[in-house]
Design a protein around this ligand. Structure first.
Ligand code: CP
Length: 317
């Protein structure tokens, strides 16, 4: 069993419930992972994913090896039949098989390059390891998705939504400005997760920031952010670069920054963001530090999202 996308969850409701049970008793399955090793391979930086996945593995009794592949590993080649006389020292075919001898599970973070849409959609790093490793693979954020984050967000929504009575929660995914070009992975997985929820779900962004239509599908898109925020119970904020003009920052419109005035349009809405977040660019200090911000709870739930994924995989080994 791999965990590559939200689609690998058979019942989101059950997984969220099991994760919440684990949160109450994190060491209940401490024996499950004894004598098992997870290797965490980072091709990009991380705070939450790295520490929460290690913590989850430790709580399941696993050993954990971490490698900052971008700095410490050989540069990998992924193509077939390549004459490797340039900068790449090792092929994923050997690397994946070798790491599989040391690890029972391999988890990988490899962001989109944001230069070649088709290359990013092909998920060359993740799919290379899936193809050539002989152990389960976990996606710790790839070009296209961040399913551990989305599962943590589902847990957070479930925990918080007890306050909402007699109606479906209204959840808004809002683009916000950012100085750098960022990938689409968090937004993509959040959309895929919300499409499985019993909620009113709206995506809002400036024109030109449409996400991959294959992922957005029938989800509602509203270009007027103020209109989208009206009556919202949750504002999930994320920047992403243009998908159409692939990887480009076509607008840094500061009027899309999440402010107290924007939040006042909502139904006492809670602010959500995966972190890290740029203060007073994506969201103002007052919103981030308010009692309506769920960002620290979201980060906490990364542990239980990772733990339920690892538990499910360990049960198959
Ligand atoms: N949200 C998230 O994935 O955080 P890190 O990039 O710090 O791991």
């Amino acid at each position: 069993m791999n965990y590559l996308s939200i689609k690998d969850i058979d019942s989101l409701e059950n997984w969220v419930k099991e994760a919440r049970d684990l949160k109450q008793d994190p060491l209940k399955y401490k024996q499950l992972g004894s004598d098992k090793t997870i290797g965490l391979l980072f091709f990009n930086p991380s705070l939450r994913t790295r520490l929460s996945t290690q913590k989850a593995a430790q709580q399941l009794g696993m050993n954990c090896m971490v490698m900052n592949f971008d700095k410490e590993g050989w540069a990998l080649e992924y193509g077939n039949g390549i004459i490797m006389d340039q900068g790449k020292s090792e092929h994923v075919k050997e690397a994946a098989q070798v790491i599989s001898q040391f690890c029972d599970i391999i988890a990988i973070r490899a962001f989109a390059g944001l230069e070649d849409k088709e290359l990013d959609k092909a998920e060359v790093v993740l799919s290379g390891f899936v193809k050539y490793a002989s152990v389960p693979i976990v996606n710790m954020e790839s070009s296209v998705g961040h399913p551990l984050q989305a599962l943590a967000d589902a847990i957070t929504l479930e925990e918080d939504s007890v306050r909402i009575k007699n109606k479906k929660p209204k959840v808004v995914l809002s683009w916000a400005p950012h100085p750098k070009a960022l990938p689409h992975a968090v937004a993509n997985s959040f959309i895929e997760m919300m499409q499985r929820q019993d909620a009113e779900f709206v995506i809002t962004h400036p024109e030109g920031y449409e996400l991959d239509p294959e992922i957005v599908g029938e989800s509602t898109v509203e270009y007027d952010q103020n209109k989208a925020f009206k009556g919202a119970d949750y504002i999930y904020t994320k920047n992403w670069s243009s998908f159409r003009e692939y990887g480009k920052v076509t607008s840094k419109d500061a009027s899309w920054t999440i402010s107290e005035e924007k939040m006042a349009l909502t139904n006492k809405g809670r602010f959500m963001h995966c972190l890290p977040v740029r203060r007073n660019v994506v969201v103002n200090d007052e919103v981030l530090e308010s009692g309506h911000s769920l960002v620290i709870q979201q980060a906490d739930n990364r542990t239980y999202a990772a733990q339920i994924v690892l538990k499910k995989i360990l049960e198959t080994l």
